[in-house]
Each structure stands twice: as C-alpha cells, then as structure tokens.
Design a protein around this ligand. Sequence first.
Ligand SMILES: *Cc1c(COP(=O)(O)O)cnc(C)c1O
Length: 429
Amino acid sequence: MSQPLSQLDPEINSLIAEELERQRQGLEMIPSENFTSPAVMAALGSILTNKYSEGYPGKRYYGGNKYIDAIENIARERARKLFGVEHANVQPYSGSPANQAVMFALLKPGDTILGMELAQGGHLTHGYKLSFSGRYYRAVNYGVDKKTHLLDYEAIRKIAIQEKPKLIVCGATAYPRLIDFAAFRKIADEAQAYLLADISHIAGLVIAGVHPSPVPYADVITTTTHKTLRGPRGAMILVPKIADRWHDIHHATSKKNLAEMIDSAIIPGLQGGPHNHQTAAIAVALKEAATPQFADYGKAVVANAQALATALTERGLALSTGGTDNHLILIDLAPQGITGKEAENVLDSIDITVNKNLVPYDPKPPLDPSGIRLGTPALTSRGFTTEDMSQVGNIIADVLLQPKNEEVLASARVQVKKLTQQHPLYPEL
Ligand SMILES: *Cc1c(COP(=O)(O)O)cnc(C)c1O
C-alpha cells in the first residue's frame, strides 16, 4: 500500500497525466470550469480523506476530530467573513445537494417553488421536471424576455403573485447579465416567499465586487466552490441573517432558526460524513479569495469576457442580450447556419473547449441546440489578458464562419498552441 500511484496503478496515473496535458494544451472556455491552485489541490489530496466526522464542530458522532473541528471552524469563519453572512455551512458535497438541502429545510413535498427555466438559463435543481426539485415540489418557472433575453422582473412578479411559491430561486447557469437581487427580494416579499440566491456561477465575481451581492436581500445563498470561486469541487450554504423575516409565517411552530434548519437538513437530513479534505481545500480557496489579487482576478474575468464579446460581435456573431456583464457569453449560431453541436465539435478540433447550449426560446432541442456557451474564468486564471481574449474571439469567429476551411482550421490550431505556450498551466506539476 505504500507504492506510488505510477507503480500501483499506471493505467490511472497515465490517464491523469494525459488529462493534465489536455488541460495545458487547450483553451478551456466552459464558464463553470476553472483551474484551482496547487495549494488547494494539496489540501484536497491529503490524509483528511481518511476521517469520519458526522456532525458539526464540537458535536460529532465520532471521536478524534480535534483537528477536523479546527479545519471546519476556519472554513466556516472565512466564509462568514468573506461574504459578510451570519452563518455558513461548508459541508454540502456539491452544488446540487446544497440546493436540495435548502429545499429540504424550508419546504414540504408538494410545496410550490419558482425558479428560472432550464431552457432559458436556469439550473436543473431550480425546478426542472426530471430533477428532485421538479418531482418532489410543484415547480413553476420564469424565463427571460423574448426580445431582449433579459430577466423581466415585472413578468416574474406576476407569476409569483399568481402561483404563490413558498420559495423563489434566483441565479443561473447561462445568463450573461447582472442579476437584480433587490428586485427579487421585492417580489419575494410581495409573495411572502423565501428567497434563495444560487450564486454558483458568480460567487467569485461577487467577492471581487464586480457583481452585486445577494447578501442584503436573500434569505439563503448557495454556491459551488469550484467555478469562479476557483476552489475544489464542493459547495456552501450561507445564511445572511439567521432571523428571517418570513420565518415566523412559514414556521410558526418550529423552534429552530434558519441556520439550524439548514444544518440539520444537511445532516441528518441528506448527508452522512463530511468530506474533510474538501472542507480543508475550501478553507484554502477562501483564504486565496480574500486577497486583493483575487479581486483583481474577478475584475479581469469580466474585462476578458467583454473583450471576447466585442471581438465576436465585430465579426458579426449574434450574442444573446448583445453582450455580457459577467464571465460568460451565449452565441446564437442560427444566422451562421451551424448548430451548437457542430460548433462545439469544430472548436474541439482546434483545442478550444466550449459547450453547446440552448439559447432562450431556442427552436432546437437540448441535445442539438442553436448556441454555444463560453466563458473566461479558466483562461483568466492562466493569465490571459484582454488582448489575448480579442485574439481568441477572432480565432473562434474564423472557425465558426468557415468551419470547413482546412486552412483556417490549421492556422487556428497554430494560434491556440502559441497562446497556451505564452500562458503555461501548472508549470510546477
Ligand atoms: C453548477 C451549478 C449548480 C450545481 O453544482 P454541481 O456541483 O454541479 O452539483 C447549481 N446551481 C447553479 C446555478 C450552478 O451553476
């Protein structure tokens, strides 16, 4: 059992090495991905994975948790401080279970939830019919305006008043503009609903101050830790104010406050032992995220997305909403006569990784949609500048405008290679 991985399991070892090379040699433009730091990976790959610690610091079902308690307390404290919230739960295994825990805490099966429609930029866990959120709850959806592709808060308000949801979910996976959390709060107040802000995609931007924070408005906040936050795969549930204003209305008989309800929804409600290696890695990521360099990073992510949007637009590509305020862009390829799947494949062939995506009101099906979604968090972590992003935009435009031109593809490949060499990834590994 003391053999190194390369000897014990050369097959897995070499696949990891090949994946590292793939990450190094391509342009990673899936907006939900990022490159976490070697420090975060050191914590993630540590002996902490060996320990069981069901429960919370000071209240465990297992012995031997002196150091684990210290680690989890540090992670919770850093999360509280960084986001300015009263309570943080750092144990959710990932973003989807975090949302499940919030619903498990606040709702009963059959209660109504109102979330953004998957096909218009929402997440599976915001009420999609095949997800737990659409099967155990009565899910109703809101979308974006047909013309502008922007959230239409008056339309959302009307749905909320009509459907009387107990929980409204705001936050998205494919929305390139700012989310007005204050407007959602107003709607939630009028509908007497809890407001959950799922900032999985934008948490790093919120910390950097380039996206408004939901903290003054939401009852509960969920976020993954591996997207713009640039930590390990994982998630957190944040409670801005433990004394929630609708709490008494919905839970007049419960003696638990909002934070206690969230904690007990995670364990014993949904999970067993926390992933302590993940908790430690989240703590390290939160320390990094509290630095001025991280604020600069967040600003650069948005500046890069806007440089990319400008380059694509100048080449005649159609962006949903006409551009971006955040880290991502949605391109509608219908005018070019190619599908999202074809675009994903041709970009893949020149080592640019994006994902095919529905555009709002897409006439095509989810597995063969009209658009692609691309973002700048990962390339910005590699040190790409706005000039680099303009070049990337032009490479993408070259290829999408002439996907069958071998000369164009060959030149694109050369340019991609050069850019990856200018910004080496994990030179220390
Ligand atoms: C990514 C994401 C999630 C889910 O996170 P997983 O870790 O993939 O389960 C939930 N909500 C939103 C808005 C997301 O973008």
